[in-house]
Design a protein around this ligand. Structure first.
Ligand code: FAD
Ligand code: NAD
Length: 469
């Protein structure tokens, strides 16, 4: 078997691996990217960000057509759901985008190797090709970008038909009458929203006493209130002890997290969304003496180097938020490091967005984190109810909450719940990247009437008074 030699081999073609591979090639390296899925783009493009956003958008249109437009004086007769067509559209979006990356690989001269990559010693990756046979890649540097998988819940056996992870929830062939979601995080609330809009009754069971536990507390509370108003029900502080799938309907046994009397919930589909864990199965880590930590993560330093010379790791498989844009930043930064440059990622400036309606977006510290760290801060808040554009479009749910250093007024965090929050958080990301104070943002001219004016007002409120409230 002839060995082929590369400067760098990425194992995994998700947002970390494919973006890193393109950047490394652009910096003049000879690059291979090994992906076993048969399509590039990883979890994000194939079974994550993109298909979920396609369904969120389609289901939003359906819900609007079913009654969301009447207040604007638009009456639509009967509205029918064609779930197959909705799924076909989602699949087409995914296929176009994943094929697009193959095109980018060709353009940037990245060698795409389709198969399962296994580290077979320092500087050596053996690929079991999907089409049969093996290919041996000699690598100056190996990058582990193998991503993550859904965390299993003991006692709940996933079959991806009735008991599903996000993967099955993106592909149900009929609308479940009752969907039980386990875990009130990103996946549970996004996919719960999709199916609720399409007609399911949705019950969310969450172990902790709040939804989206990592988020700013005030935002979490408001978020739950809004979702409840939309019809979602929550069982907080509750754990699932098992799911009985022997009958026509599923029987979910739950009990209070702190102990006490349990109950059984009948439903048609259960979504397990209690988090994701790093994926390193069959990767051959033992051949180089690498061992994941107790959470399954590969430990790296701030240059993404593992303890084994020549082996690096990026994306969901290492510490930090499991987000596509975080993995991408790391892919680029690592390529630059391998090219001798000195990039830097500030993990406090990576936004997170839940794409529900309204959206929830956050960047930087939460109020709870600032309190815990003993940092003195001021809070500026502005509700969309007082924003003229939100009034005009009827999207008045939510608020902007800005946190600024009490002494310097530098922005420490911003939390937005409201329409287009995911777009608006970009302004704060740029401001924070430039070390802006809230006053810098408040003194920036914001077009009128826009939702962004709520950001300006919240910024004002951190050091002086709001103008429109
Ligand atoms: P992955 O995207 O998981 O890619 C790793 C790839 O490696 C996979 O394709 C896998 O097949 C391949 N692989 C693994 N082992 C091997 C091997 N040995 N040989 C060859 N190939 C291998 N993030 C956001 O920022 N925004 C969102 O809106 C968003 N929505 C999401 C929705 C859902 C339902 C899910 C599940 C996730 C979502 N995420 C979102 C998270 C995002 O998908 C991940 O953070 C991101 O994909 C991580 O990128 P990665 O490159 O580290 O890993
Ligand atoms: P998550 O970490 O966002 O939420 C998991 C939730 O499950 C938490 O609220 C947690 O307290 C709860 N939980 C944990 N164990 C439980 C148990 N035994 N019973 C009941 N509840 C339990 O995880 P997720 O929703 O599975 O998503 C995984 C990751 O994928 C996210 O953290 C995020 O990084 C990424 N993602 C991002 C987006 C986005 O950016 N819009 C969308 C989907 C997924």
């Amino acid at each position: 078997m002839a060995e082929e030699s590369f400067d760098v081999v990425f194992i995994g073609g998700g947002p970390g691996g494919y973006v890193g591979a393109i950047k490394a090639a652009q910096l003049g390296m000879k690059v291979a990217c090994v992906e076993k899925r048969g399509a590039l783009g990883g979890t994000c493009l194939n079974i994550g960000c993109i298909p979920s956003k396609a369904l969120l958008h389609s289901s939003h249109l359906y819900a609007e057509a079913k009654g969301g437009m009447e207040k604007h004086g638009i009456k639509i007769g009967s509205v029918e759901l064609d779930l197959d067509a909705m799924m076909d559209n989602k699949d087409e979006v995914v296929e176009t985008l994943t094929k697009g990356i193959e095109g980018l690989f060709k353009k940037n001269k990245v060698t795409y190797v389709v198969g399962h990559g296994r580290i077979a010693g320092p500087g050596k990756v053996v690929v079991e090709l999907n089409d049969g046979g093996e290919r041996v890649l000699e690598a100056g540097a190996i990058v582990i970008a193998t991503g993550s998988e859904s965390t299993p819940l003991p006692g709940v056996e996933v079959d991806e038909e009735r008991i599903v992870t996000s993967t099955g929830a993106l592909d149900l062939d009929e609308v479940p009458a009752h969907l039980v979601v386990i875990g009130a995080g990103y996946i549970g609330l996004e996919m719960g929203t999709v199916w609720q809009r399409l007609g399911s009754k949705v019950t969310v069971v969450e172990f902790l006493d709040r939804v989206t536990p990592g988020m700013d507390g005030e935002v979490s509370k408001q978020f739950q209130r809004i979702l409840q108003k939309q019809g979602m029900s929550f069982k907080l502080g509750t754990k699932v002890t098992g799911v009985d799938a022997s009958g026509d309907r599923l029987k979910v046994s739950v009990e209070p997290a702190k102990g006490g009397e349990g109950e059984v919930i009948d439903c048609d589909v259960v979504l397990v969304s209690i988090g994701r864990r790093p994926y390193t199965e069959g990767l051959g880590l033992e051949t180089v003496g690498l061992e994941p930590d107790r959470r399954g993560m590969i430990e790296v330093d701030d240059r993404f180097a593992t303890k084994v010379a020549g082996i690096h790791a990026i994306g969901d498989v290492i510490r930090g938020p499991m987000l596509a844009h975080k993995a991408e930043e790391e892919g680029v930064a690592l390529a630059e490091i391998l090219a001798g440059q000195k990039p830097h990622i500030d993990y406090d400036r990576i936004p997170g967005v839940v794409y529900t309606d309204p959206e929830v977006a956050a960047i930087g510290k939460t109020e709870e984190q600032l309190k815990e760290a003993g940092i003195k801060y001021t809070v500026g808040k502005f509700p969309f109810m007082a924003n003229s554009r939100a009034r005009a479009t009827g999207q008045t749910d939510g608020f902007v909450k800005m946190l600024a250093d009490a002494e310097t007024n530098r922005i420490l965090g911003c939390h937005i719940i409201g329409a287009d929050a995911g777009v608006m958080i970009g302004e704060i990301a740029v401001a924070m990247e430039f070390g802006a104070s809230a006053e810098d943002v408040a003194r920036t001219s914001h077009a009128h009437p826009t939702l962004e004016e709520a950001i300006k007002e919240a910024a004002l409120a951190t050091y002086t008074k709001t103008l429109n409230l």
